[in-house]
Design a protein around this ligand. Structure first.
Ligand SMILES: [Fe+2]
Length: 177
């Protein structure tokens, strides 16, 4: 049985037509398939090449210490920035609590290289530090733990390339419900 459905084409028009029930049916105006114009279409506010997938978790490691001081800088040489977003619709999350910790230039974890900050009204954050040295045979990395009301806590790590001075990492959280 045919039923009316609505499909949007980004940046174009709202189409109303009758679905045949086939996911590959042609739309009457554009010639695109429903797979191209329907639920699989990436909204314009999404970032990267794919959908807004949750950031993969990574190990907490043995050097996490809670209640680090609130600050955006613990050194210089590398700036990591990005936006905290929800996997539900990719919109930014304001006020997410972000904890960072990494090995200092001497290759050791200490309290001077831990920080807490909060994402701004656009969900954005920026963290400046030394470039993390390789540690115990592991590649250079910065530990990150993100908490936000209504979302699952995310623990992950960021891996900069050698000699990199800036990095970008959006942190995509999963809603609790
Ligand atoms: Fe580590």
């Amino acid at each position: 049985m045919k039923r009316p459905v609505l499909y949007t084409v980004p940046g174009m028009v709202l189409l109303t037509f009758f679905s045949t029930g086939s996911p590959l049916a042609k739309t009457p105006l554009s010639g695109l398939t429903l797979a191209e114009t329907g639920e699989g279409t990436k909204p314009s506010h999404m970032t990267g090449d794919g959908p807004c997938k949750p950031t993969p978790p990574d190990a907490l490691g043995p050097f996490y210490v809670p209640n680090a001081p609130e600050r955006t800088r613990v050194g210089n040489g590398h700036i990591l920035s990005g936006v905290v977003r929800t996997s539900a619709d990719c919109s930014p999350i304001e006020g997410a609590r972000i904890e960072f910790w990494l090995a200092g230039p001497d290759g050791k974890y200490d309290d001077d290289h831990r920080a807490v900050m909060f994402s701004d009204k656009n969900g954005a954050y920026k963290f400046e530090s030394n470039f993390p040295p390789p540690y115990r045979g592991r590649p250079s990395h910065i530990h990150i733990r993100i908490t936000a009301k209504g979302y699952r806590t995310l623990v992950t790590q960021y891996y900069p390339e050698k000699n990199q001075t800036q990095g970008r990492l959006d942190l995509i959280l999963i809603p609790e419900n």
